[in-house]
Design a protein around this ligand. Structure first.
Ligand code: XIL
Length: 369
């Protein structure tokens, strides 16, 4: 054997030897992980198949229009989701930045992609205190009157819902109108200039514009008792006039919050309304406290994330008689609004797919039931 061949033989022996050695050293947990990944790569089932909307609920994702041009992202969306929400492209400032001048380019792009792939669309959102242009509340340099504002609200809702009639099956009509503190309503420009009438008017306009669309009130911290009860009271009021079909619970939660008890209490209370419940903006921050400084995403943190997702989805499944949809606020950890909220530039890892669009442990945990 000459030296070159001997070297090759040695290298081959070493590399095979070391892999088989590695294999033997795998723990049960590592073997299970490799098996999960292998099944994922060789199969084609996705979240929507595990949580099929007959036994459980729709599975949704919020995306920007730009994802429609990204082949890897569209493949992931098509495999896993049967519902899409526009993350920003259907908000007032996107659709009607100037009075009377509507821009549907991005929203249409998302709607066409969804239609071409048999995916439903949840509309988000018709009336919110954020991402609404200043002109809505102004008359030249002066403040607009209540009548002017309500008329603009009516026009916006009628125009947008008419355009997407039959395409958008459900709308977040009013978003985040309840106060986090001791007030009933958030003191937004909407509220300070129109009182609670703007909420009722928004729902009336929506019902009139598309009687077949499902109308939702959507908010965060819905499981916090004081806020939960105010949301409940508002829903009772809207339901008495047949203006609401469901409550949207955003679900911007964390690895340590909320507890099983709080989730159960809220879902029991909302369920008693006889309305649908949708989890509309699910993500789970890896930072227990909102202002925690950036820290490494260790295996231990990932384990906490997996355990939190397991708890949340176990609860959702046990309320699948009233929960009709669960939407993630983002597709994968490479791009999440939580990288800049509530702390700018702090990397977060709140979703089921990692920065390389690969399924995380949480994915396998919640689909294993
Ligand atoms: C967020 C988007 O994800 C960001 O891209 C944007 O800069 C701000 O809004 N509650 C809502 C969503 O109802 O519309 C918000 O979306 C997140 C909080």
């Amino acid at each position: 054997m000459n030296l070159k061949i001997a070297l090759i033989v040695l290298l081959l022996y070493l590399s095979f030897g070391s892999t088989s050695c590695k294999k033997e050293e795998l723990t049960e947990e590592e073997k299970e992980w490799e098996q999960d990944l292998h099944e994922y790569d060789t199969g084609n089932q996705g979240l929507k198949d595990h949580f099929n909307n007959i036994d459980y609920f729709d599975m949704g994702v919020a995306i920007p229009a730009s994802f429609v041009d990204n082949t890897a992202k569209t493949a992931l969306i098509k495999r896993h989701y049967n519902s899409i929400t526009a993350e920003n492209d259907m908000k007032w400032s996107s659709l009607q930045p100037q009075e009377g001048s509507f821009n549907y380019t991005n929203a249409d792009k998302i709607v066409s992609f969804a239609a071409a792939n048999g995916i439903k669309i949840r509309g988000h959102c018709l009336c919110w205190h954020n991402q609404v242009p200043d002109w809505v509340f102004k008359d030249g340099t002066a403040l607009a009157t209540k009548e002017q504002i309500l008329e603009r609200l009516h026009t916006h809702i009628t125009t947008v819902m008419t355009r997407y009639k039959g395409k958008v099956y459900a709308w977040d009509v009013v978003n985040e109108a309840i106060d986090d503190g001791s007030r009933t309503y958030r003191p937004s420009q909407w509220y300070s200039m129109c009182g609670e009438d703007y909420i009722i008017e928004a729902f009336r306009a929506a019902r009139e514009a598309d009687p077949d669309a499902l109308l939702f009130y959507n908010d965060y911290s819905t499981i916090v008792p004081a806020k939960r009860d105010k949301i409940y009271d508002l829903a009772v009021k809207l339901k008495a006039e047949n203006l609401i079909d469901g409550l949207g619970l955003q679900g911007h939660w964390s690895i340590s919050f909320p507890s099983d008890d709080l989730i159960k209490q809220a879902l029991d209370k909302f369920k008693s309304l006889g309305l649908q419940i949708q989890i509309t903006e699910m993500d789970v921050s890896v930072y227990p406290s909102p202002s925690d400084p950036e820290s490494e995403y260790t295996a231990e943190v990932e384990q906490q994330l997996t355990a939190a997702y397991d708890r949340f989805f176990t609860a959702f499944r046990s309320y699948s008689d009233v929960i009709t949809s669960v939407t993630f606020w983002g597709l994968a950890d490479d791009k999440t609004w939580l990288d800049n909220f509530p702390v700018a530039g702090r990397k977060n890892y709140p979703l089921l797919f990692d920065t390389g669009l690969r399924p995380k442990k949480a994915y396998f945990e919640i689909t294993d039931f």
